[in-house]
Design a protein around this ligand. Structure first.
Ligand SMILES: NC(=O)c1ccc[n+]([C@@H]2O[C@H](COP(=O)([O-])OP(=O)(O)OC[C@H]3O[C@@H](n4cnc5c(N)ncnc54)[C@H](OP(=O)(O)O)[C@@H]3O)[C@@H](O)[C@H]2O)c1
Length: 388
């Protein structure tokens, strides 16, 4: 029995993880759940999955949650970052599903690894900002870092059984988002509603905006670089609008392997939770003849229009705290865009401004965890200090 803590159980990945638990009740159980503010859903999850421990974002949310639960419900309710950490490090937990959004998940992930927990990682911001601390810790503690992101799951699966040193290049696929084919001028006037209309994936708000700006692919380049120990220069973004091939790898002899299927996050979640075992199929059976998969197309990413991809390559190449500043600026300005405070095109401008300033002030090459949190705070302040 794998005993789970799900950080961000009320979100898109969190709820799909619980769907996987429903499908495999004899193999997976829930020890701890955390969320931000959706206590109505968390209350339902508590009644269905009976976790021992949960955590919510504020004291007020805790009160609200308790008022929704039957008086005889046995569950301890904690609050805030300490609550998340307590859930992730609970003695019974064997695997933490990092499904929170944002680098706020980093302390819980780091503490869970220190306690020897395996990590099923959806929360890419954690690795983008904290990779230089997380990866050595994963090695030291000999825990498994299991990719959940569909592209990284695809790369990982293609790598199974390959000899060491055989990986030449990663072809990281991207749908291209709702603004594929747009010019920079057209991006100046797009609306929030348009940006939230992702053509192939149904996801949380932040990642959906990241997909529209292509920052999601930028974050994934850095995530892949850490997970598979590949320099960012050896990772190529391939626009594949149908989202059927979830990524490909090129091996030293020129062979190219890909992993394909209809888009459905439940499969990569299931693969991460049961690795190295292959379980029974619960997702829709693949057909190469369906309307969705009959015509697979590929095109290069237009990095002149989607400048955030270039910025991510630069941040990944430079390393140190530059990806931290990039990610923090992006999280901040995307939240502002979702709140209707800035324009879509301000996302790229803000990230560029904060990254430039950080480079001027000095990137820390080998940051400690404290350095990472400090630069993260600084970049968030910088991102809000001046609205374009
Ligand atoms: N969705 C996908 O298909 C997908 C695919 C690949 C990777 N990912 C990655 O997975 C992560 C989650 O994405 P998502 O789409 O599932 O996001 P989401 O739907 O927005 O869910 C985010 C989760 O984080 C929780 N949360 C927010 N603030 C919190 C806090 N202070 N403490 C604890 N929990 C908090 C939210 O709780 P409340 O809603 O209750 O506030 C929610 O449960 C992201 O890093 C994303 O890039 C997602």
């Amino acid at each position: 029995m794998k005993k789970l803590c799900i950080l961000g159980s009320t979100g898109s990945i969190g709820t799909q993880t619980l769907e996987v638990v429903r499908n495999f009740p004899d193999r997976l159980s829930v020890v701890a759940l955390t969320c931000g503010g959706n206590v109505t859903l968390l209350a339902k999850q508590i009644q269905e999955f009976s976790p021992e421990l949960v955590s919510v974002s504020t004291e007020q949310k805790r009160e609200e949650l308790l008022s929704l639960l039957p008086t005889d419900q046995k569950v301890e309710v904690l609050v805030g970052d300490d609550g998340n950490i307590a859930c992730a490090t609970h003695s019974e937990v064997t695997c933490v599903v990092a499904a929170m959004v944002g680098m706020r998940g980093l302390p819980s992930v780091v503490n869970a690894i220190r306690c020897g927990k395996d990590i099923a990682l959806a929360n890419k911001e954690t690795l983008v900002s904290g990779g230089s601390v997380v990866m050595p810790l994963v090695k030291e503690k000999k825990v498994a870092l299991l990719p959940v992101d569909s592209e990284h799951s695809a790369i990982w699966q293609c790598l199974w059984g390959q000899p060491e040193g055989a990986l030449n290049r990663i072809l990281l696929t991207a749908s291209g988002g709702p603004f594929r084919g747009y010019s920079r001028e057209m991006l100046e006037n797009v609306t929030l509603e348009q940006a939230l209309a992702h053509p192939t994936w149904k996801m949380g708000g932040k990642i959906t905006i990241d997909s529209a700006s292509m920052m999601n692919k930028g974050l994934e380049i850095i995530e892949a670089s850490w997970l598979f120990d590949v320099p960012v220069e050896n990772i190529e973004v391939v626009i594949h609008p149908q989202s059927i091939i979830h990524s490909m790898i090129e091996l030293s002899d020129g062979s190219v392997l890909g992993q394909m299927g209809f888009p459905n996050m439940m499969l990569p979640i299931q693969i991460a939770l049961f690795y190295p075992e292959r379980t029974s199929r619960v997702v829709e059976k693949f057909s190469p003849f369906s309307e969705k998969s009959a015509n697979l197309t590929f095109e290069p990413c237009d990095r002149k229009v989607f400048g955030l991809v270039d910025m991510a390559y630069h941040a990944g190449h430079t390393g140190g705290t530059l990806p931290v500043a990039m990610n923090a600026a992006n999280e901040t300005v995307v939240a502002d865009f979702l709140a209707g405070k800035v324009k879509f095109a301000d996302i790229e401008r803000t990230v560029a401004r904060v990254m430039n300033q950080h480079e001027k002030e000095g990137v820390i090459k080998t940051p400690s965890l404290d350095d990472i949190f400090e630069v993260d705070r600084w970049a968030r302040d910088m991102a809000t200090s001046k609205k374009e």
